[in-house]
Design a binder for this molecule. Sequence first.
Ligand code: ADP
Length: 165
Amino acid sequence: MQCMEKIAIFPGSFDPFTIGHESIVRRATRIFDRIVIMVGYNSNKKSFFPLEMRLKWIREVFEFDNNISVEVHEGLTIDFCKKVGAGYILRGLRTSADFEFERAIAQVNKQMYPEIETVFLLTIPEHTPVNSTIVRDIIMHGGDASRFLPRVLNMEEFRNGGYQK
Ligand code: ADP
């Protein structure tokens, strides 16, 4: 069973990881002892940025935060929670559309694994329009998406890192 330490996992595809994601994780460190960012891997779903790049960028963002780690998982989120002993799933909420989608996932997870609690943090207003799909589109079309990406990351790597050009 779970230990006393409050561990939350933050699951997502992070294709790519944006300032919206970073903000949710940093705010959550005031609630949880440890946060494990779970990069979901689905062999049937093609991402824009390769898994190794997505991982590398997230590791760079949290290089100096020893209570935040990053791991890859293929399969059900609740199985990963059991594996790392996490009692909480962290998710960010931007809009009512997010809410409807997240509600279903959280309720199904709760049915499958009653010990788990999903905790939602409402995005800060400036980050409401930030989403990975739009950031990807900007990069794909040669635009400057740096204002939507974590500050420590280098925009050039994103330009060169995508599968499609
Ligand atoms: P998924 O593929 O599961 O939708 P994402 O990588 O898009 O994963 O997002 C992971 C989590 O981050 C989700 O809870 C999502 O709502 C949240 N999120 C995404 N963008 C933002 C943002 N701009 N502000 C706050 N939360 C966000």
